[in-house]
Design a protein around this ligand. Structure first.
Ligand code: NDP
Ligand code: 8X3
Length: 251
């Protein structure tokens, strides 16, 4: 019996998703890498193919047809997905609700919430059929606590935590594990995206040691490597300097 598992990771071209792909490859997990930046997908696939079998898919998670088409067209060797890492997402803007940009709100709800649902919808039926699988949703400390100007991003991550709980309940009869990993500040391209390339992004991780994407990837691998009877349901992780969304000890 082939015991090698296959993981599909959304947002594998950067940050937490890319670091997770590296850790999984080191442990011999087959990979389906997803993202929109083809050049990055090619580079990561080339590097990790030395360690494991890798396939990449280019689609926007907020485009439901593109999601279904990409996943339905997977080659035979990659059709069985044992582990789904719903990681693609970002914050767009940091504005008081009265100043918020509607396009930013649409992007966060469409990608962080609906995108996660579209990808899950395309994969859950094969997991329920086999009565096995593990879904890991990347929430955030912003899914546990709302902070000033975080409004819609925090709402999108509260939704991720709620959807994770709903999945765990509904998929319980099928023996499917469902996990939320909720990090605080992680030094990735997240702030570059949030501030649309503005220099403000450079200050977010200054004066303290933020979580690194590899720290979160380790936690994700911990969750997927527990024995069959153990499910890490919900994990909140901060760097040592962070106590809450608004309390960070800086030099
Ligand atoms: P990055 O910006 O470094 O990575 C985001 C990833 O998401 C990229 O690979 C990007 O790929 C992908 N992505 C974004 N939009 C889409 C889309 N519409 N369709 C497909 N893929 C998309 O950020 P992080 O690694 O930090 O973020 C990963 C997850 O972690 C997000 O859900 C974020 O909310 C969450 N998180 C981040 C924290 C942080 O402080 N950094 C803390 C807590 C949670 P591409 O552009 O190639 O499509
Ligand atoms: C990312 C962490 O604090 O910027 O989810 O919302 S935070």
């Amino acid at each position: 019996m082939n015991t090698t598992k296959t993981a599909l990771i959304t947002g594998a071209t950067s940050g937490i998703g890319r670091a997770t792909a590296h850790v999984f490859a080191k442990h011999g997990i087959n990979l389906i890498l997803c993202g929109r930046r083809q050049e990055r997908l090619d580079t990561i696939q080339k590097a990790l193919s030395k360690q494991t079998n890798v396939h990449s898919l280019n689609f926007d998670v907020s485009d439901k047809k593109a999601v279904a088409n990409a996943i339905n067209a997977l080659p035979e060797d990659f059709k069985q997905i044992d582990i789904l890492i719903n990681n693609a997402g970002n914050a767009h803007g940091l504005d008081a609700i009265q100043d918020g940009n509607i396009d930013d709100w649409d992007a966060m709800m469409d990608i962080n919430v609906k995108g996660l649902l579209y990808v899950s919808k395309a994969i859950i039926p094969q997991m329920t059929k086999r009565e096995s699988g593990h879904i890991i949703n990347i929430g955030s400390s912003a899914g546990k606590e709302v902070y000033p100007k975080g409004n819609v991003y925090c709402a999108s991550k509260h939704a991720v935590v709620a959807i994770t709980e709903g999945m765990r309940i509904d998929l319980n009869p099928f023996g499917i594990k469902v996990t939320a990993i909720n990090p605080g500040l992680v030094e990735t391209e997240f702030s570059k995206v949030r501030f649309k390339g503005d220099a403000k992004a450079d200050n977010v991780y200054k004066g303290y040691k933020a979580l690194q994407p590899e720290d979160v990837a380790d936690a994700i691998h911990f969750a997927v490597s527990r024995p069959p009877h153990v499910n890490i349901a919900d994990l909140l992780m901060f760097c040592t300097a962070q106590a809450s969304s608004t309390i960070v000890k800086k030099e």
